[in-house]
Design a protein around this ligand. Structure first.
Ligand code: DC
Length: 660
């Protein structure tokens, strides 16, 4: 369904991805493994005694950074051929390699825990990442490690990566304090490293601990590797002396609950039901509570041990909400976009951690939501989203190298919006196959494309098919005719490409029923003259004119559907059209029809001149370098030379209604 720009797959360099407007969403998605669980398990397996078999590890950039780092640190791991299953040989303590330079991309789930584990490994290590990683604070973790005697220094700005970890004499035991109000990953990092100390140590959290469920995941996984942390509320955590990680043998990575949020929201907004498999009632991930948040919006949720299903509210629209989302910071982003579909202003509270994630997510979210027409109020730790009465029908969304921005904004297409996602490959961080999975549950607004040469009867057929289906109709040729008319009226040469392109992008046109208005004037008849027909075929050869009209044509794709006729409907404007037709007829038959039309109107006509003119236009339309008229292999050919209009309409409708 999606149309990538500049390249075909996400592995290639793709600058943008066009998602068509959608009618709805339903289906089932098997989720990829959780990033948080994958990277924690990898580290624990490396530090543990024994061999760990990991099943369903997430395949993504962040996990790849962790795997590379572990290999550089002397950890042996192998991947099962063609599967997401890995075997890790634990070293039963600190890392064997005592000097290394690690590049960790933008993977916070690798950077923070490795920093702590390396501080306990007694070697000389440098850790760096992409520029954004160097803007994400790590001072609170370094401060805590220094309390334990670790030698950690900043290689750039104080408080931020890159870091230098040096061998030092550690003095664990007693109480170490760490701030918990910027990122819960600092506490996670400390807790996972402390069993390397060998001495009972208590971690005391300073400030209100955010994202508590992520600490829940950490404690659960440490327990599966044999280390029980004693917890007093969310303030004190004690790692017992002599604790050692032991491999649990085989361990399964749950599906990613944050990734589930996009599909559950799609079911909520697009009717559903949409079911995700891989997380459910038994999940250890806090983000499964996103389902509860959706319930507060009126969404109907069902849950099994290993699946969750969402369908839209009975009343249709989502209920406006005012929610504290501190416990589900990642999935909460999905709610910010869902707010566009609510019946009133929505408030997302207690989301300050968004500011130090892959990008400043509060600011990025506000900017992009405004692009589709929302009013947004942005605070230090909150967002208020006021949904517009109608979303703006086309939007180019910037993604800030943030996978979640890209995934969230795919949902806007459920509002009948044609969405262009810039830099879509940023989803590789956690979900490289996201857009394929999304298309699998998405139902695009259907387009019936009818292309063919001049006077083949496309216009009449398209209008009647649209009528029968209750769809909108686009006569794309009329746009080229309007540009030609504007030039003829302004006495501008039809060779003046720059003028024509400017006219095309600023056409003040309105389609009112079967009337066409230019600048308020009815030009329905004016654009049908032979002069205008010939002029249209000439202006249509200019790439810049065609480009200027693309957006205008796609804007016609609105629920419940569109019938579009022209030359390049199925090839360029709507390449993902549900059904494509190529309607043609012999030159003789077309000239004869045109002749009768003109005579009926009392206009002078000569059949051989008309044939000659049609041949000329056919040749120009078919041989121009941009968007030439051609039959797409998948298009259904209808030769109407010996058919009536009614017969052609019946055949098109028959094909549209048949399943294949
Ligand atoms: O379909 P029509 O005769 O109204 O189109 C007028 C001209 O516009 C035709 O000669 C070619 C051009 N055209 C085009 O290039 N691409 C389209 N999609 C539609 C029309």
């Amino acid at each position: 369904m999606p149309g990538p720009g500049k390249g075909r797959t996400l592995e290639a360099i793709v600058e943008f991805l066009d998602l068509p407007p959608l009618l709805g969403a339903n289906g089932t998605v098997r989720l990829p493994g959780s990033k948080s669980i994958s990277n924690r398990i990898l580290l624990l397996a490396a530090l543990a005694d024994g061999v760990t078999d990991i099943r369903d590890l997430l395949e993504s950039d962040d996990v790849a950074r962790m795997l590379e780092a572990l290999a550089s640190l002397g950890i042996r791991w192998v991947r099962q051929e063609g599967r997401d299953d890995y075997q890790v040989q634990g070293v039963g303590g600190g890392f064997p390699v005592k000097a290394a330079d690690l590049f960790l991309g933008n993977a916070g789930t690798a950077f923070r825990p490795l920093t702590a584990a390396l501080a306990f490994s007694g070697g000389d290590y440098r850790l760096s990442g992409v520029p954004r990683m160097h803007e994400r604070p790590i001072g609170d973790l370094v401060d805590a490690l220094r309390q334990l005697g670790a030698q950690v220094t900043y290689l750039g700005e104080s408080g931020y990566p890159p870091l230098h970890v040096m061998p030092g004499t550690l003095t664990p035991g007693g109480v170490v304090r760490v701030r918990g109000d910027v990122s819960s990953q600092f506490l996670t990092a400390l807790l996972m490293a402390l069993p390397l100390a060998g001495v009972e140590t208590t971690v005391e959290v300073v400030g209100e601990l955010i994202s508590k469920p992520y600490i829940g995941i950490t404690l659960d996984l440490m327990a599966r590797f044999g280390v029980q942390v004693r917890r007093e509320g969310w303030r004190r955590f004690t790692v017992p002396g002599g604790a050692r990680y032991r491999s649990p043998g085989t361990i399964f990575v749950e599906g990613d609950a944050s990734s589930a949020s996009y599909f559950l929201a799609a079911g909520a907004i697009g009717g559903g039901p949409v079911r995700v498999e891989g997380v459910g009632r038994n999940s250890i991930q806090g983000d499964v509570r996103f389902a509860e948040a959706l319930e507060a919006l009126g969404v109907r949720i069902e849950m099994g041990d290993n699946w969750i299903e969402a369908r839209g509210p009975v009343q249709g629209k989502l209920k406006a909400f005012d929610l504290d989302l501190n416990h589900i910071p990642d999935a909460a982003m999905t709610l910010a976009v869902a707010a566009l579909f609510a019946d009133g202003p929505c408030r997302l509270r207690n989301i300050a951690s968004w500011r130090v994630k892959e990008t400043d997510r509060i600011s990025a979210m506000a900017i992009e939501l405004r692009k589709v027409g929302a009013r947004v109020e942005e605070g230090g730790d909150y967002l208020v989203v006021v949904p517009p009465p109608r979303l703006i029908s086309q939007a180019g969304i910037d993604t800030y190298d943030d996978h979640r921005m890209a995934m969230c904004f795919s949902l806007v297409s459920l509002g009948g919006v044609a969405v262009r996602i810039h830099d879509p490959k940023c989803v590789n961080k956690t979900f490289p196959t996201y857009f394929t999975a999304f298309s699998a549950v998405a139902t695009p607004v259907p387009v019936i494309a009818i292309d063919g040469p001049s006077a083949s009867g496309k216009g009449t057929v398209a209008a009647q098919v649209a009528d029968a289906l209750g769809f909108h109709c686009l006569d794309s040729g009329s746009l080229y005719r309007l540009v030609a008319l504007a030039a003829l009226r302004a006495d501008v040469a039809l060779e003046d490409e720059a003028w024509l392109a400017a006219a095309a992008s600023s056409l003040d046109v309105e389609f009112r029923g079967d009337r066409v208005l230019l600048g308020g004037e009815d030009v329905t008849a004016g654009i049908r003259t032979e002069d205008c027909s010939a002029g249209a075929s000439r202006v249509a050869t200019y790439p810049s004119v065609r480009e200027a009209l693309v957006r205008r044509q796609r804007d016609f794709r609105r629920p419940p559907g569109l019938v579009a006729d022209g030359r390049d409907m199925g090839s360029v404007i709507f390449p993902d059209a549900e059904k494509k037709f190529f309607l043609t007829a012999s030159v003789e038959a077309r000239a004869d029809r045109r002749y009768k039309q003109l005579i009926e109107k009392g206009l002078p006509a000569n059949i051989s001149d008309l044939s000659q003119e049609l041949r000329l236009r056919d040749e120009r339309d078919a041989n121009r370098p941009v968007a030439p008229l051609r039959k797409m292999p998948e298009a259904i050919l209808i030769d109407s030379s010996a058919m009536t209009v009614d017969e052609v309409v019946a055949e098109v409708l028959d094909r549209v209604r048949s399943p294949t």
